[in-house]
Structure formats: structure tokens, C-alpha cells
Design a protein around this ligand. Sequence first.
Ligand SMILES: *Cc1c(COP(=O)(O)O)cnc(C)c1O
Length: 360
Amino acid sequence: MARSSPVPPRSDVSALSKYHSAQVDVPVRLNTNESPFPPPDEWRQEVARLVTSIDWNRYPDREAIALRSAIAARHGVDASSVFVANGSNEVLQTLLLSYAGAGRSVAVFEPTYQLHAHLARISGANVVAGRRSVDHTLSADEIQRVVTQYSPHVTFLCSPNNPTGRVESWDNITLLSDIAPGLVVIDEAYAEFSERSAVELASSPGGNVVVSRTFSKTWSLAGLRLGYLIAPPDVVDMLHTVVLPYHLDAFKQAAGIAALKYVDEMNDRVMRIVAERGRIMSALEGLEIESWPSGANFVLFRPTRVDGHTVWQRLVDRGVLVRDCSSWSGVEHCLRVTIGDEAENTMFIKALKQALEQSE
Ligand SMILES: *Cc1c(COP(=O)(O)O)cnc(C)c1O
């Protein structure tokens, strides 16, 4: 008989469900918004050399000054406005441990990235949710309502929004910045796939806007686990108090600095994905599908005649895995496809056509 531990876990965390994406072993995997392209070969070779030159017996630079300076230079801000961690998820977790927690409230606007609410709950905070409209845009009235009713300590916007693909309107971002009593977190995991960024609002001392970014998507480095925050220096300072000492290892710091030398290669891959996104969008237009504009490396769509989950299963049967969002609130019957390489996208389009035509 399995023994249960002598102390039960916190009741609020034991009530949570695991955050995961169903993994099925199929040839075409378009379900987790990774880049279909590997990072540049030159980067790989440089990293191989770096491994042999690291002082492995020494602790890494605790404040990751060189990496933060390289990121800061890219965004035209000061290194004191940059916080780095193991993926933007750890960035957001550290932010929530610092600014949310028990007795505080965190606002999200659903449907959106589920991890924001999940991490907020783990911090002990109360999560309050506003709603997006049926077309997945967010109304100023709804922003006003949530802020007035709950006075959240932290408010999340995700732009482009996962899973809808929508780029948040500039008016909404500035409205929130004007009226929110606490921090406004803009999760820009997909920023390079769209045109607008809130970074310009994020570094001014005393400001309330912070922007998170990641190397996982546009930089083709999901395996590296590296993300960062652009924020006023006092916020960055606070996060350094809360995060574990030496949380970012020496290898990752060096690999991140090396990656930033390949901006042109990154932009090139982003352009190819954006072009393929256009091709998928046009292919969807000819089918019995409703879809929404996307500023990211994925497209959300809803089969209008066949049930969403059924289409998901039929795609899997044809060797194509997409994200099944069909049971998520606000995106019922929807599926989300990550833009892959040209061949993968062609296989997806072909499989989708067959899945929609299939008779039972
Ligand atoms: C993929 C994704 C991230 C990435 O998190 P990492 O921990 O940096 O890999 C963050 N936010 C959103 C909305 C995402 O979709």
C-alpha cells in the first residue's frame, strides 16, 4: 500500500491540476509553439567552445551582468532594467512571489495563457478573471470593471495572446497602465512575430508596466530555458532579492550572450514563419473553418461543421498533432496549430482537409 506523506500538501496547491500539453508520438508536432528551425550552426559551434572555457568550479555571476547588458543593448534600456531567469515562466514566478502572494489579487483576461493564473495561485494569491469578447478582443469597459472591482496587485496581458493570437490594442495597454493600482505585466513571448511591443513603457523608474520575453520561441531555443523581464530598476532589484541565489548557471549565461549575436538569423527565421502563417491563414479561408488574425507563430481556428475534438483526433490519426483547446472556456471547439516548416504546414493543410471531409 502506498504510504501518504505525514504532512498533507497545502490544500490550495493540491487542488491545482498539472500544467501540461498532451504529447502524442506523431511525425508532425505542431502543438507547443516551438520554432521548427534549429538555432544557427555558428551558435552551436560557439557554444561547444564555451563549454570548454567555463570555470566550472566557480559559482556563476550571480547578477548575470554580461547577459543582462547584452539584452539591455538590444532593447535600448539600462542593464538595471533587465532581469533574467530560467525561461520567462521563472521570470513570472519570481515576479508573482514578489508582488502577489497570500492576501493579494492577480487579474487575467480569459481566454489567455493558463500558466499566469496557475503561477499566481501557487504564490498564494487570489486570481480574478475578466472576459474577452467573442472575437477575443478585450473591451475597455471590461478592463475598467475588473480594475475597479478588484484593485489587483498584478494584472496580466499577453500580447500576442496565447491561445487566440490576438495582438493587444495599444489603447488597452495604456488604459491599464493609467488605471491599474498595481503592476501591469505584458507577456510578450511572441513579440517578434508581430509589430507592436510595450518595451518602451517598461523601463521608466516609478512606472508600473513590465514586459516579459523569452528565447523559447523566436530564438529557436526552447531547450535552453532562458527568459527575461524589462522593468523599472526597483522592480528588478526586488526580484533579485526573491529569486534563488545563482539561479542562472554559467553555461546558460554564456549561451544566451552568444545567441544575441545572431539577430539577423533570428529575424530571418521569424520572417519565414510569418510568411508560412500567411499561407496557412489563406488555406483555412477556403475551408469550413472560422479563424482569427494572429500576431504569433500559431493560428487558432474552429471547424464550423465538425466538432473540434473530433477534428483533433482525425489529425492525430493522420500523423499531425495540434493543440486541442476545444474544452477551454472562451475558445470552445477551437484548435491551435503552431506554424511549422513548409513541409509540415503542407502536411497539416492536407490532413485538415481530409479530416473535415471524412464521413465518420
Ligand atoms: C511559450 C510561452 C512562454 C514561454 O515560457 P518559457 O518559460 O520562456 O519557455 C511564456 N508565455 C507565453 C504566453 C507562452 O506562450
